[in-house]
Design a protein around this ligand. Structure first.
Ligand SMILES: [Zn+2]
Length: 188
C-alpha cells in the first residue's frame, strides 16, 4: 500500500515547467537551493495576483483553490493570496483539464521576464483526480500557488516534508524553510 502510494506519487510528478532565465537585474532575488530547503524561481510581480477561471472549470478545482488560498494567506501571516477576477484579460488563468497521457498532476506554466512572471497558467489534471484525496488536492493547489509566489520544486528526499517538494507534496502546508523562501521574495 505504502509502496504503491509512493509509486503513484512519483509517477504523478507535480511538474512545473519553467525555464528560468538567469539574467540578473536589480529585482532579482538571490539565494536558496536544495540545501537551504527552498529554491527561487520567477515570481508574480504582485503579492496578491489576480487570476481568472477558465470557463467550464469544475467546481471541485475552484473549491481546492479556495482552500489553498486560505491556507496560504494564514500561513504567510496574512500576506500572500490570490484574488479572483471576473475579467479575462487578467492574463493569469486557472483551469481544470484532462491529460491522461501526462505524468503531471498539477502545474504552473508561465512566461517570464528576468525574475518576474509576466503571466501564468495553473492547471489541474482531472485524469489524476482519483490519485489523491480531496484534502491532498487542496495542498497540491497550495504547492502550485507556491510556484506563482516564486518557489521552485525541491527534488531531494531530504526535502520531502516541504510544501515545495515536487513529487509527493507536503500535505501539511508551509514549513519554516518554505517560509524563509517566501519571505526572501516578499519581505514580510
Ligand atoms: Zn511543483
Amino acid at each position: 500500500m505504502r509502496i504503491e502510494k509512493m509509486k503513484r506519487s512519483i509517477i504523478a510528478l507535480i511538474i512545473t515547467i519553467l525555464i528560468v532565465p538567469t539574467t540578473v537585474s536589480a529585482h532579482t532575488v538571490t539565494g536558496g537551493g536544495e540545501s537551504s530547503g527552498y529554491i527561487l524561481i520567477p515570481h508574480d510581480a504582485n503579492k496578491n495576483p489576480y487570476f481568472y477561471w477558465m470557463p467550464g472549470t469544475d467546481q471541485f478545482w475552484k473549491d481546492r483553490l479556495t482552500n489553498a488560498n486560505n491556507y496560504m494567506y494564514s500561513e504567510t501571516s496574512n500576506n500572500l493570496k490570490f484574488i479572483n477576477s471576473t475579467i479575462a484579460s487578467t492574463e493569469n488563468y486557472i483551469e481544470g483539464t484532462s491529460a491522461p497521457a501526462s505524468t503531471w498532476v498539477a502545474r504552473v506554466v508561465s512566461s517570464n521576464n528576468e525574475s518576474h512572471k509576466l503571466r501564468w497558467r495553473m492547471q489541474f489534471n482531472g485524469a489524476k483526480k482519483d490519485n489523491y484525496s480531496t484534502a491532498q488536492w487542496s495542498r497540491i493547489a497550495q504547492h502550485e500557488m507556491g510556484h506563482v509566489f516564486g518557489l521552485g520544486d525541491l527534488k531531494s528526499s531530504s526535502n520531502a516534508a516541504k510544501l515545495m517538494y515536487g513529487f509527493a507534496g507536503n500535505y501539511s502546508g508551509v514549513t519554516p524553510a518554505d517560509l524563509v523562501g517566501l519571505k526572501k521574495v516578499w519581505g514580510f
